[in-house]
Design a protein around this ligand. Structure first.
Ligand code: GLC
Length: 544
């Protein structure tokens, strides 16, 4: 929400919408926390993921006072606030890097990763490639060495082997915790540490046979292809990702978090192997509090694919650890648009929302998901994201999922009086908060109902997860049970377009329908079988 007619969302804009998020009543969405993508000072080569001052708010978004006010007002509403910790790299304009690149003798030279060129032709130190396009090394004319950047050349990687870096980042973490934030999302944390010998990465993905994930049958074709050819880098990050020392860094962070009770962390750790990703919770629960499992963002629309994915992640997690789930974020096509075929996208959106909010763990709703906001189609002139700018028209980049929140049917969807920084998504007349708020049957009303219901249900909040039936029988429906104490809930999700009859597990009890994605379904008692409509999902309570 833009508060000052500059076309860009800002902190005061968000403040004006806190009541929408949670005003303590069931009229509001009822969320418990906000994760902010970075709003720190940044020249903005990568949507703020290139930070030039970790302790200042970028003036485009507001001031430290605005953020203080936002924290206070969020906390008054029992909303916690998580900020983005982007410390694999800084901006090339961060004073640390400016100092580091000023001379080979700089006291901060070793805060970044500098290497000599190889051979007579002065080639880059190894074959590592950055995630956006091209080599991960850029030549610095002045000091005649290469520096490493796993993303843009405007995002030089910090040297995590230098203890001074840990100290400085520790100060940043403490600064925000003292300020009052409740936790951090850790950007590309699997990238922190690099191989000391700087060995070449192996080319292409060789492991499709021993992959734990069904390659093309569970993943969308594009996601399968990307994995198979390890696109876009065309190499396996064997030596520049997932180095063992990263665990020590995370333990250091956790030690700091532990001094601030009630704070949390969620990692953006990506990788092919769920056990590897789960290992970042720490052998003694002494690293991350949570991590996302990104496989879920690349699945085909298939009950068994979701079932396998959730089971795999649950199995990989160390006992007692807590999952985080998301279906969309600022880096990928919105889930709703990924599955928006045959005019049934709205039904799929409800089914996904039901799944997200009933799985075990912390659900992350991406802004606009609650109003089934779609991906925008952008032209080249509209693009801001470096990925889109490099790859267009092969790939439009990530701007399509970053468009303004759709508050109303007014001009610019009520987001701003000025031309918004990105175009709006499609059909804003239909998909906006104001229209959906007044419709009891909208996905927004359904989401509110579900969120508030969840708060009252120990089985949903903290219960065990158990999939129901064999995977082979999950061809059409993904069914699972959540239970805590005496409460047992069954979640039935019909991914097919046809009606499905599903029996409740045998036993001497009857089921009571608590909620369905189909608003026309009346509440039912004494159920032993459920007849689910196509794309319908429901929650059934088992009554002994
Ligand atoms: C993470 C962010 C992404 C960013 C990248 C580099 O993957 O989610 O938006 O481009 O890190 O910081």
């Amino acid at each position: 929400m833009d508060s000052n007619s500059k076309g860009l969302g800002d902190l005061q804009g968000i403040l004006s919408k806190l009541d929408y998020l949670n005003d303590g009543t069931q009229h509001s969405l009822g969320i418990d926390a906000i994760w902010f993508s970075p709003f720190f000072k940044s020249p903005d080569y990568d949507y703020g993921y290139d930070i030039s001052d970790y302790c200042q708010i970028d003036p485009r978004y507001g001031s430290l006072d605005d953020f203080q006010q936002l924290l206070e007002e969020a906390h008054e509403r029992s909303i916690k606030v998580i900020v983005d910790l982007v410390v694999n790299h800084t901006s090339h304009l961060h004073p640390w890097f400016l100092e580091s690149r000023s001379s080979r003798d700089s006291s901060k030279r070793n805060w970044y990763i500098w290497e000599d060129g190889r051979g007579k032709k002065n080639r880059p130190p190894n074959n590592w490639r950055n995630h956006f396009f091209g080599p991960a090394w850029t030549w610095d004319e002045k000091t005649e060495q290469y520096y490493l950047h796993s993303f843009l050349s405007e995002q030089p990687d910090l040297n995590w082997r230098n203890p001074e870096v840990m100290e400085a980042v520790g100060d940043v973490i403490r600064y925000w915790l003292n300020f009052g934030v409740d936790g951090f999302r850790l950007d590309v944390a699997h990238h922190y540490s690099k191989d000391q010998k700087m060995r070449n990465n192996p080319l292409f993905f060789a492991g499709w046979k021993d992959s734990t994930v069904k390659f093309f049958s569970d993943r969308t074709f594009m996601a399968g292809l990307m994995k198979l050819f390890a696109l876009p880098t065309m190499q396996i990050g064997k030596y520049n990702q997932h180095q063992p020392e990263t665990h020590e860094i995370l333990k250091g962070f956790r030690n700091i978090f532990n001094q601030y009770p009630g704070t949390t962390s969620v990692g953006e750790i990506m990788g092919d192997n769920p056990e590897l990703i789960a290992s970042y919770y720490g052998q003694h629960s002494d690293e991350l509090h949570m991590n996302f499992y990104f496989e879920m963002l690349h699945l085909r629309w298939k009950a068994s694919a979701f079932r396998r994915c959730v089971d795999r992640w649950e199995k990989a997690l160390p006992s007692g650890s807590w999952p985080a789930h998301a279906l969309s974020n600022h880096d990928i096509t919105r889930a709703i648009s990924r599955y928006d075929f045959d005019n049934r996208g709205d039904d799929r959106a409800r089914l996904l929302m039901l799944m997200l909010l009933t799985l075990r763990g912390t659900p992350f709703i991406y802004y606009g998901e609650e109003i089934a906001m779609r991906e925008a189609k952008l032209s080249r002139e509209d693009l801001r994201d470096p990925v889109g700018l490099k790859w267009y028209p092969l790939h439009e980049g990530r701007d399509g999922c970053r468009t303004p929140m759709q508050w109303s049917g007014d001009i610019n969807a009520g987001f701003s009086n000025a031309k918004p920084w990105l175009p709006l998504g499609p059909d804003t007349d239909q998909y906006n908060v104001s229209v959906m708020d007044s419709d009891q049957q909208s996905i927004l009303s359904f989401t509110k109902k579900l969120i508030w219901m969840r708060k009252e249900m120990p089985a949903l909040l903290e219960g065990e997860y158990k999939a129901i039936g064999e995977v082979v029988s999950s061809k059409h429906c993904f069914c699972f049970e959540r239970s805590a104490g005496k409460q047992r809930l069954l979640i039935y999700l019909n991914f097919s377009l046809q009606r499905q009859n599903v029996d409740l597990p045998g036993g001497n009890f009857a089921g009571r329908l608590l909620l369905s994605t189909n608003h026309e379904r009346k509440s039912e008692n004494n159920l032993s079988t459920v007849n689910l409509d196509g794309l319908e999902g429901c929650i059934i309570e088992i009554c002994p």
